[in-house]
Every structure is written in C-alpha cells, then in structure tokens.
Design a protein around this ligand. Structure first.
Ligand code: NAD
Length: 462
C-alpha cells in the first residue's frame, strides 16, 4: 500500500523529525502492508505552530468560503471512494462491501452535512440588547481511534473547519493510511496551508504531546475511557476545553409487544457488524422472561450466519483481549450458544461471532466493553427490571428499544440514561447529536450540536 514517509504540516509533506516508524499490518492475513513515521514531540510542535499561524486568517474567512472548502473536500472523498474503501479494508480488515457502505458512506454524509451547516449556521444571534458572536475556539488537537477510522476523523475535522478552527490530527496507529489519504484530500480541496495538519504516531508519545501542548485550545478525543480520563485530567489542569467520546455497553431492550424475530435479527447484525468494534453497539440484549428461550434460539441461528462473512478484529492484542472476555464469560457461568474462544481461522485476527445466554447483570461480560463480536442475552421480569438492568453500567452511549407501539418504545427510551436510542430499528442520522451520558463521554459530535463544541461565545452589549 502507498504510504507517505513524512507528516502533512503547513500544506506540505515534510520529513519526520525522528527515524522511527510504525508498521501497518493487514489483520486479515497478518502481513505488513506499509510503514508510516512515528511522530515525536518535535513533529507535534511543528504541526501546532502551523495550525496556530493559520488560525487568524481561517477564523476570519467568511463561513460561505469555509463551506465551499468542506464541500470540495466531500467531493474529493467521493471521487476517491474506491481507494478509501480498499485502504480501510487493508488496514482494518473490514469486508470491502462494508467499507464502501459505511467506512466511506458515513464520512461523505458527515462532510456533506457540515458543508451545508457552515453555509447556513447562525454565527451571530441577538439576545435583548446584546449581540452574541459565536467564534472559533482556536487550535484543535484531534485524537482518533481505528474502529471507524475515516468517520472518526471527519466527525472532528469537518465541524472544526466549519467553525473556523484549525486542526492537528493524531490518528490511531493501526489505521494511519486512510488518515494520510484524508490529508491528501484536504490538500486537493484547496484548504489553506496550516488549517489542517497530520502527525502519525504512538498514543503515549505523539498523542500525549498533542493533548498536553500549550498551543492547543481544545482537545477532541475518541477512544477508550482509560485514555480519555487521562486526557480530561491534563486538559482540566491546563483549563483547556475538552470533548471525550468514550466507550459504551449499550442495551437493546425488546419489550414483549415487539416483533421479536426482527428485533433479535437486527440486534445480532448490529453487534456483529464491523466485527463488534463499534462503541455504540447494542452488546446487551434484554428479553422478557416469557420470550427468552425463543430469542436465544433466534440469536444463535442469526450469529451462525456471520461465521464466514465477518472480518477480523484490528490486531493480535485485540483478538487476545476479546478471547479473554469470552473465556471469562464461560468461567463466570454464562451459557455459550454460538461461537466461543477458539480462533476460527489459522491466519488473521478472527474471532467467532459469539452469543452468550443466561448473562447476569453483575458478570464482567455484562459490565465491561468487549469491543468484539460478542452478544450477551439477559433476562428481565418486568419493565422496571429491564430499566434497572439497561441503566446498570457506568456507560451511556447508545441503545435500542423495540415495541409494538412506537409510543410505548419512546416512553421507555426517555427513561434510559444514554445519549442515543434507536426506536424499532431507526436509521443512522448523520445530523443527530452523538455522544455519551455518564462515563461514555463529555460533549457531542455530528450536526449542529457537534459544530457548537468548536465555538465560544462573545457578547456585545448595546
Ligand atoms: P485508545 O484509547 O487506546 O486509542 C484512541 C486514540 O488515542 C489513538 O489514536 C491512540 O493512539 C491515542 N492514545 C492512546 N494513548 C494515548 C495517550 N496516553 N495520550 C494521548 N493519546 C493516546 O482506544 P482504541 O483502542 O484505539 O479504541 C477503542 C476504544 O475507543 C473503545 O473503548 C471504544 O468504545 C472507544 N470508541 C469510542 C467512540 C465514541 O464515539 N464514543 C468511538 C470509537 C471508539
């Protein structure tokens, strides 16, 4: 695979400050497909300086012109969609069809939504005798994970550019190639030099340097709760804005009046897609006592169908981690009804689509984020019980409710401590705010709520 051996800083590819590199591995066959530079503090510093120098002019650029650049960026992503899909498949392992539909489709939709929003957003409002100006926060340090590598980048960079901020991106070490492609797309779209900068590198080196850099005004991080907590503490100590999109352990609540087969089948598909590496995945399926056995049988059958179709997980460490959770589920007394800890193939970091029944709320697999193709089916007695189980984790990112009647589902959804709920299989909306309650994070991404994260207010009184 094609890879740059430098960093994209101030509108050009520059040699990295240090000699170290990161090997990019295809998780489907374990082959090294490229190397990218492992950024150092010097690279991060150069990128932040470039972003700071570019900030005043970009902040003063009329929103319509910023919108035009984001629109052009969207068009380049569309023009290069095959290359993007192939790159994500090579470095993440996701099946090519899924890469096209989701890994390319979602970021194009999000970039398009911000091209529209930048053009139409009210960056000025009247409040009595005041005019309130919504001004860009400044230089953004964006740190992204590998699970939806381009989507995570676009969900930060597009609103930041729309707001008038400049950006330094540190993408995940497992998926830097699509980040380099994105930098090429930004360049092709005519975004001025220094407005967007890319430093590839390791989290504890380049990521930490970016999060702690005094020239960064806002850190936007998506990743694990453990690292998010650390970044939040660093930002807090520096009195710096921070947005954290963290883990999840979402509940899929199937009320007795629901279409059970549909709810179970969509629920299994939700967990297995992207090999279970979706922070908002509905990894806990809650079923009423009276329908429990039927739901378990349907889920086991549905999961078995994914055996051949599912891609690998991202790397060997993640494969071991997921297998460890499956073993823990067995040890703690959950009943395996599909899959299991054995690797289904000799080569590649594959994990069998796995379904556990008889999962109790206190079990590790019901509490911790597994980030693999593992579904836990849990039993509830009545609605109060279902609500207690659904809300009974430290997370609150997403969820689903199914019922025969939409009003019944909505009434239940309103009592869930979570940031997003799909009602009877509601579709992904790239303009709806996405983010967590509780330890799933701070702040929101996507749509106008996502844009407002990158703005600060100034009131003028008359
Ligand atoms: P991670 O936290 O290890 O890494 C995420 C990013 O942070 C990477 O770019 C990494 O290099 C960087 N990083 C690591 N250590 C750092 C440090 N000390 N300082 C600064 N940066 C550092 O997470 P991961 O394993 O890449 O991703 C999986 C996790 O991300 C899961 O927990 C998942 O739920 C979460 N996630 C959340 C969302 C969301 O929107 N809420 C989306 C995707 C993933």
């Amino acid at each position: 695979m094609k890879a740059h051996d430098g960093m994209y800083i101030d509108g050009e590819w520059r040699p990295a400050a240090g000699p170290d590199t990161i090997a990019v591995v295809n998780p489907a066959d374990e082959q090294v497909i490229a190397h990218v530079p492992a950024g150092t503090i010097e690279d991060v510093d150069a990128a932040v300086r470039a972003a700071r120098a570019a900030f005043p002019a970009w902040a003063a650029t009329p929103p319509a012109e910023r919108a035009a650049r984001i629109g052009a960026l969207r068009d380049v992503l569309v023009a290069r969609k095959d290359e993007i899909a192939e790159t994500v498949t090579a470095e993440l392992g996701s099946p090519l069809k899924f890469s096209h539909a989701v890994h390319v489709g979602a970021p194009i939709a999000v970039a398009g939504s911000y091209a529209d929003l930048a053009a139409s957003y009210a960056f000025e409002e009247k409040v009595g005798n005041s005019t309130v100006h919504l001004e860009p926060v400044g230089v953004v340090g964006a740190i992204t994970p590998w699970n939806y590598p381009l989507h995570q980048i676009v969900a930060k960079v597009a609103p930041a550019l729309a707001a008038g901020c400049t950006v330094v991106l540190k993408p995940a070490e497992d998926t830097p190639l699509v980040a380099q492609l994105f930098a090429e797309a930004v360049h092709e779209a005519g975004v001025p030099a220094g407005v967007f900068n890319l430093v590839t590198g390791l989290g504890p080196v380049a990521g930490q340097a970016l999060a702690g850099h005094e020239g960064v005004d806002l850190v936007s991080f998506t990743g694990s709760t453990a690292v998010g907590r650390q970044i939040g503490a660093t930002a807090g100590a520096a009195v710096k804005r921070v947005a954290l999109e963290l883990g999840g352990k979402s509940a899929n609540v199937i009320l007795p009046s629901a279409d059970l087969a549909k709810a179970v089948n969509v629920g299994v598909a939700n967990v297995m897609s992207n090999s279970g590496q979706t922070c908002s995945a509905w990894t806990r399926m809650l079923v009423h006592d009276s329908q429990y056995d039927e739901a378990v049988a349907l889920a086991a059958e549905a999961a078995a169908k994914y055996g051949e179709r599912i891609g690998p997980v991202v790397n060997a460490k993640q494969q071991e981690r997921v297998r460890g959770y499956i073993e823990k589920g067995v040890t703690e007394g959950a009943r395996l009804v599909a899959g299991g800890p054995e690797a289904p193939r000799e080569q590649g970091y594959f994990v069998s689509p796995t379904v556990f029944a008889d999962v109790r709320p206190e079990m590790t697999i019901a509490q911790e984020e597994i980030f693999g193709p593992v579904l836990s089916i849990m039993r509830y007695e009545d609605e109060a019980d279902a609500l207690r189980i659904a809300n009974g984790t430290v997370y609150g990112l997403a969820g689903a409710v199914w019922a025969g009647d939409e009003t019944e589902a909505v009434a239940f959804a309103r009592r869930l401590d979570t940031g997003q709920v799909d009602i009877n299989g509601g579709r992904f909306n790239p303009r709806a705010p996405f983010g967590g309650y509780k330890q799933s994070g701070v702040g929101r991404e996507l749509g106008s709520h996502g844009l407002s994260e990158y703005l600060q207010t100034k009131s003028l009184q008359f």
